[in-house]
Write a protein that binds this ligand. Structure first.
Ligand code: KG4
Ligand code: ZN
Length: 358
């Protein structure tokens, strides 16, 4: 039977609701909060939680209206129950519980990372097992997805996520936020070789990554140019951006190559590698990863950007797979600030400005 679910997402700085039937996204609505946090240099958890609480009803109403369905016509309600900023996750979970209690619809608590990790199945029906790279402002990890509830995390960042590093680099160089697109744009006119920047952990075994040292290196390089010339020219900015982007790309490519070895050792019937997260929009990174896939005769799957970044369609879809497998939650469902997808792997350290890292 094809299930139709409402999805609700509020774990970071996007309030989102969606209605998904099988693999058809009937409606997906995202209310961003970028403007609310713009003055603070990062997401302020209390402001985010309040904005989610204020906007969730409107967002859900709009998604239902766009889908042409009413609550009684749905089969269930899926909500992000973690990991993320706890106030926001709580807003979504309480809202979903209220709707479930009022309508009698089944409630499913979804791991936000599972939402991202299952997106290639929503968009491209990719068969298990596949390799996934989640790369955004808050996440950076390699996962082998074996089923809707079995994931092997084979590496991830030990400090900042790459999106966070792009954003900080933009701030250091006086470029607008979000940093990813402005750094990429500036990098197009730059010489990546002018500044010697580190490739942290590149030669260490394994698939773990580190991006915070790179940001410090950019700060030092900027300071030495400013000390020498009294300021940065647009060409200096472009060269620093190009150097930074090329360092991040080199690290992601090399670690992807290694992650692919671990994945291919499972002898998957169909070899697939998928990306998700805002950083996946970066042309240089995307081209590099496509190249690795071509070398290893593996399908490269890149869902459309609106389904790569935070959204509720991925939550609804993950809920559909979970419900089909017999999973149900009840009104005791709780919000979890930390909730690693791979329960066996050692926990990752730290929590970024965009929430918990694993
Ligand atoms: O997935 P996302 O929308 O939000 C979460 O982090 O959850 O990702 C946003 C991140 C930001 O850090 C942004 O700077 C980065 O993705 N980003 C990019 C590009 N577009 C967005 N990074 C590099 N290149 C881009 N073109
Ligand atoms: Zn996310």
């Amino acid at each position: 039977m094809t299930l139709t679910l409402l999805g609700i997402e509020s774990s970071c700085d996007d309030t989102a609701a969606a209605v998904v039937r099988g693999t058809d996204v009937l409606a997906s609505v995202v209310y961003g909060q970028t403007a609310l946090h713009a003055d603070f240099g990062g997401v302020v958890p209390e402001i985010a939680a309040r904005a989610h609480a204020e906007k969730l009803d409107l967002c859900i109403e709009e998604a239902l209206q766009k889908s042409g369905l009413t609550l009684p016509e749905l089969d269930g309600i899926a909500v992000t129950a973690g990991p993320g900023l706890i106030g926001g996750v709580l807003s979504g979970v309480m809202c979903a519980k209220g709707l479930s209690a009022a309508t009698g619809l089944p409630l499913i608590g979804v791991n936000h990372l599972a939402g991202h990790a299952l997106t290639p199945r929503l968009t491209d029906q990719v068969p298990y097992p596949y390799l996934m790279l989640l790369v955004s402002g808050g996440h950076c990890q390699f996962l082998i997805a074996e089923s809707h509830d079995t994931y092997q995390r084979i590496g991830g960042t030990i400090d900042d996520a790459p999106g966070e590093a792009f954003d900080k680099t933009a701030r250091i160089l006086g470029l607008p936020q979000p940093g990813g697109p402005s750094v990429e744009k500036a990098a197009a006119a730059g010489n990546a070789k002018r500044f010697k920047l580190p490739r942290p952990l590149l030669n260490q075994p394994g698939c773990d990554m580190s991006f915070s040292g790179l940001k410090t290196a950019i700060l030092r390089a900027r300071d030495s140019v400013v000390a020498e010339k009294g300021g940065l020219t647009p060409q200096d900015q472009a060269d620093l951006c190009a150097g930074f982007q090329s360092a991040v790309t080199d690290v992601l490519i090399e670690k992807t190559r290694r992650a692919m070895q671990a994945y291919l050792a499972l002898n998957p019937e169909k070899r697939s590698f998928a990306i998700a997260g805002g950083v996946a929009a970066n042309g240089a990174i995307r081209d590099g990863l496509m190249q690795v896939c071509a070398e290893l005769d593996t399908d490269f799957v890149a869902p459309p950007l609106n389904l790569c970044t935070d959204n509720a369609a991925m939550i609804a879809y993950a809920g559909i797979e979970m419900m089909q497998a017999g999973h149900r939650d009840d009104l005791t469902l709780s919000a979890r600030p930390r909730w690693p997808l791979d329960q066996r792997a050692a926990p990752m350290l730290g929590s970024g400005k965009k929430g918990a890292k694993a």
